[in-house]
Design a protein around this ligand. Structure first.
Ligand code: MN
Length: 338
């Protein structure tokens, strides 16, 4: 008989859970973009301001494992996957105090295939290890970029040190889609230390460039499609402007505080603004209170998105295959913890 905690039993239970509650898919493919002109990526920001397509507020919180108390900021269940592309899902674990404890807290062994998980640690520490040999600890200001691609099994825990000491924990996890031709490529793990991020300047506000190019600088993250990611600190009364190429998806998320965007739209902590990517123009934010903002931008992939639980593929058949491959142990296994 199989022991209840054997990897096989864990995988079987997990696949059954995914099959029943998996996140919904979206089979439509995007209309090809017609506007291909490029806006400058330098300092100059045109006077023209890009319209905001929609604003969403953070919803109910839920637990992911026992270490991450998150609001899902966007997912294909809530917004058209083509509007979000190349981004799939984002969870925000807003600042929360955890008491010191002996028992590890987090999300235990589970698989992913077809995309990348990007974890931003703002407060506290996250330990990660995966079946492809990736692993490490990220602390405040660091980012972990895991390319699941053809498949990994991993666990994401609050670090042992943080669990024991307790403290305030704040984190973002973003899922970045892979183009169809790269979904079955080799997994990869990038540990990006905060001090390696080039500084961005926006007058009295400042930023950290994690991926892509802006203000003539390049972020350290290696990406599989054109992506620009940065976060910003805006002291009360400051303003920041930036411009990205027309046709790129641009999502502005308020991590904390309050800003006013173009068109005098007020955005508070937990709000997400989706810019109209078909229109040219810059983005302008003014801080009403000290604010922290995360900006996600990327070239839409324009491919069908079928998302189910921890797998994001292009067709339902590929999702079924992913489940079968995980069940059969073809995404690898984690060594038992000592
Ligand atoms: Mn995961």
């Amino acid at each position: 008989m199989t022991r209840p905690n054997s990897p096989k039993a864990t995988r079987r239970k997990f696949v059954a859970a995914v099959a029943s509650v998996g996140i919904g898919g979206c089979g439509r493919s995007a209309k090809p973009l017609t506007t291909r002109e490029r806006a400058p990526e330098g300092e100059s920001v045109s006077a023209l301001l890009k319209p905001i397509a929609l604003v969403r507020s953070a919803g109910q919180k839920h637990w992911v494992g026992d270490g991450f108390h998150v609001s899902t900021i966007f997912s294909p269940r809530q917004l058209d996957a083509q509007v979000l592309s190349p981004f799939i899902l984002m969870d925000h674990a807003a600042p929360r105090h955890f008491p010191g404890a002996a028992k590890p807290r987090g999300v235990r062994e589970h698989p992913h295939r077809g995309f990348e998980t990007v974890t931003f640690a703002y407060q506290g520490e996250v330990d990660h290890r995966d079946s492809h040999g990736g692993g490490g600890t990220i602390g405040a200001g660091d980012v972990q970029w895991m390319t699941a691609a053809s498949g990994v099994v991993h666990e994401e825990m609050q670090s042992k040190r943080f669990t024991q000491a307790g403290g305030v924990f704040e984190m973002v996890q973003l899922w970045v889609n892979l183009p169809a031709r790269l979904k079955m490529t080799t997994p990869r793990y990038q540990e990006l230390k905060g001090q390696t991020f080039p500084r961005l300047e926006f007058g009295k506000a400042s930023g950290r460039l994690i991926a892509g190019t802006l203000q003539g600088k390049s972020g350290p993250a290696k990406t599989h499609s054109p992506i620009t990611l940065f976060d910003m600190d805006l002291p009360k009364g400051s303003s920041a402007s930036f411009e990205l190429p027309v046709g790129r998806t641009i999502l502005v998320f308020v991590l904390g505080g309050q800003v006013v965007s173009q068109s005098a739209r007020s955005l508070k902590s937990g709000d997400l603004a989706v810019l109209d990517r078909s229109k040219p123009g810059g983005v302008q934010l003014s801080a009403k209170a000290n604010a922290r903002v995360l900006v996600l931008s990327g070239e839409p992939l324009g491919e069908p998105v079928v998302a189910q639980g921890p797998f994001v593929m292009n067709t339902r058949a590929e999702i079924a295959q992913a489940m079968q491959d995980y069940r059969d142990g073809r995404m690898g296994t984690l060594a038992p913890t000592t």
